[in-house]
Ligand binder design. Sequence first.
Ligand code: HEM
Length: 409
Amino acid sequence: MSCPLHAFDPFDARYLADPYAVYAQLHAEQPVFYSESLGYWVVTRYDDIKQILRDAHSYASRNATDPFTPVTAETASALREGGYAMQRVLLNADAPLHTRVRRHVAAAFTPQRVARLAPRIEALMSRYLHDIIAVPERQVDIVQALTYALPAEVIFLLIGMDSEDVPAVKAGSESRVVFTWGKPTPEQQVTLARDMADFWQRAVAFVEKRRLEPRDDYTSDLIRLRNDDDTVLSLGEITSVVFGLLLAGHETTTGFLTNALVQLLSDPARWQALAADPTQIPAAIEELLRFDTSVIAMRRITTTAVTIGGCDIPADSNILALIGAANHDAAHFTAPATYDPTRTDARDHLSFGYGAHYCIGAPLARLEAQIVLRALVTALPGARLEPNQTFDYLPNTSFRGARSVRIHW
Ligand code: HEM
């Protein structure tokens, strides 16, 4: 069956403000369609997306970080001149390369390494909380005061980078989001490309520093594991993994913590339930991941002709899998538009992906969310969202989190 076109604009501010209204309409009217403006087949159903993520052979990841806006000649030369040399390692790599890199990168990301971060994340959170509580007006932009920077500091603790680089890394990763998943003008694209190349050079210099002076951190573990053997991992691959984590490891968690706080604080009963019984936090986190995740779309490219939801799709077709829509599919989740932390299947969400590319950082993201929520509900049980605020999002297809959220207590 050939499938009709559907007007769908993932960069539209109204869509970003409430993608769930669009998803409900798509589920009812056109769960799979071709978007001419994007050049992508868009898939919204839970079962279809799970099947796509499960079958890495028919659905490759090599397009996962292709810029949606084609790179101009001037941009390409800005990247070249800046020495940008990111290699395919994880998100946009396929077997057998992905299998090799992932095996080593996952082996070094041990549960012990994550567990050892817990007291350090708690100490960081106490520091942030101390500053928040000291604000005499008893109101803050919680993104600025907490969720923007804390996840980046955690990634720095993990990889062993100095935290004074936080502002540069946060700005650098926003450039990468807009460059790769957004719709920059040709002029913006050149500027973003220069930022990306600078950011890449930081990663190169950092990995070289750790090669010369290894420490007790994840980057040094990867260098030790490599043991000067390029068939295990090359230095370029390690640099690319670190560069990848300097986006995947915090932009995602910043968005998720922010969305979670918006959802919890928008209804005092939700917040007070957690304040009264913080043991409910892990279940609430799973439901929040389902209800309002921060990575709403992933990409794949077909390696063979396929049929999805009755639509015949040729080989070499780009696919945009709307994870946010899968998490709100009424065919899988009962009353998907209702926040219900007691639902027993919340953990079926696809917010960390599924299959070969399943999120390596999921245990760390869950740990951070638990520490942050527990500390906040305990210290500020009467916190509320400032009424009448509208939220603004970075225009891009995949990473979604409000950029400013005012709360008071
Ligand atoms: C709430 C926070 C997070 C969300 C929603 C999230 C979401 C995702 C998703 C959906 C994927 C699958 C991509 C695909 O199938 O193409 C993924 C992969 C990945 N994530 Fe996360 N992530 C989060 C936090 C983290 C953290 C904290 C780290 C690192 C410490 C991390 C590192 C990665 C890496 C390296 C991959 C690529 C895995 C591969 O391609 O084999 N993520 N993440």
